[in-house]
Design a protein around this ligand. Structure first.
Ligand code: ATP
Length: 328
């Protein structure tokens, strides 16, 4: 990877009146990285993206791209391109013309434009659809055209704001794989905004978890999942048991607040060393696995088990190892 970050944010701040949307953000994103900004609605992700793109001027702080301060530059003078959630395709233009647009603006010669457009359409496997209008395409195809239009100008950085938000689950999963392949093939930096934790975990090299205009935690998907630093991250990335000080004391004799992933909770019918007794309060079928809520003296514990083994009101034994606890 290039030593100069593709994107470098320093003290980046944006206030709208009394609302502090982004609060003194420092962040470096490496060249070629698939970087996701994950967080609940209103946590500031889109505002950060818009400041990187140049659609929004920061209240204070700087944005640098490949070591160059671009804070004051117009969107057009930055080497970035954005794919919006609604794709923002031009309805009156053909697919070809949509993809060609950015090249025309850059005043490239006609034959060069044609070659580049067809190459971009090939990349997203839609070369046969060049003459259609966006309205004659499916949602997934429109999404691919939006991607082709963004990558055809060969930006160093591609910003994607919830680009799969409008797609149904199946198409979404298919597009996730395609996005990842596209990013690898083109070797450009992707900055991806989502509130879908599973999507962020699947796609990203690193993730920043946003809360109230700040980064709550920054790390690889594995780091965030296995070592969440706060209750917020533990609860937002995957499912977690959160044990209060009182619960931790009574279950483990330990001081402090802890998180424990449901798959680390072992449930069995027979007593084992160290097991504690509970009653199955809820059985939630989730397809490839089942989630149990086990009541242990009033403390509700989530566990992941294979399907069809336990039933509601069944008395069970659970084993939890204190080495699996993550201190918060
Ligand atoms: P979502 O996932 O819903 O898009 P987000 O994390 O991207 O949310 P932002 O859109 O960045 O959040 O918004 C952050 C905060 O700034 C919110 O409280 C929002 O209401 C506020 N905000 C964003 N844009 C404006 C604006 N143009 N004027 C006033 N307030 C704004």
């Amino acid at each position: 990877m290039n030593a100069v970050p593709a994107i470098s944010l320093r003290g980046l701040t944006k206030s709208f009146g009394s609302v502090s949307a982004v609060d003194h953000l420092d962040l470096d994103i490496a060249s070629g990285e698939f970087f996701s900004m994950l967080g609940p609605s209103g946590s500031g992700k889109t505002t950060v993206l818009r400041m990187i793109a140049g659609f929004e001027l920061p209240s204070s702080g700087t944005v640098s791209l490949n070591g160059r301060d671009v804070t004051e530059l117009a969107p057009f003078d930055r080497d970035v391109n954005t794919v919006f959630q609604d794709y923002a395709l031009f309805g009156h233009m053909s697919v070809f013309e949509n993809v060609e647009y950015g090249l025309k603006v850059r005043k490239l010669a006609k034959d060069v434009r044609k070659a580049k457009v067809m190459e971009a359409l090939d990349t997203v496997r839609l070369a046969d659809f060049a003459d259609r209008r966006p309205a004659q395409l499916s949602g997934g195809q429109r999404q691919r055209i939006a991607l082709a239009r963004a990558v055809v100008v060969e930006p160093k950085v591609l910003l994607l704001d919830e680009p799969l938000g409008a797609l149904d689950l199946k198409l979404r999963e298919q597009m996730q794989i395609e996005l990842k392949q596209l990013q690898r093939d083109l070797a450009i930096t992707f900055v991806f905004v989502t509130h879908d934790q599973e999507e962020a975990l699947t796609l990203s090299d690193r993730i920043a978890v946003f809360n109230n205009g700040k980064i709550e935690q920054l790390g690889t998907p594995q780091e965030l999942y296995e070592k969440p630093k706060s209750e917020f991250v533990a609860g937002f990335v995957g499912t977690s048991n959160i044990f209060s000080e009182k619960d931790a004391q009574s279950l483990f004799g330990k001081k402090g607040k802890f998180a424990l992933r449901p798959e680390k909770v072992e449930v069995s019918e027979r007593k084992k060393t160290g097991s504690i007794q509970g009653v199955v309060a809820e059985v939630i079928y989730l397809g490839s696995f089942t989630r149990l809520i086990v009541d242990v003296s009033g403390i509700q514990i989530k566990a992941t088990v294979p399907a069809d083994i336990f039933h509601r009101n069944q008395t069970v034994q659970i084993n939890m190892s204190s080495t699996d606890l993550v201190a918060l």
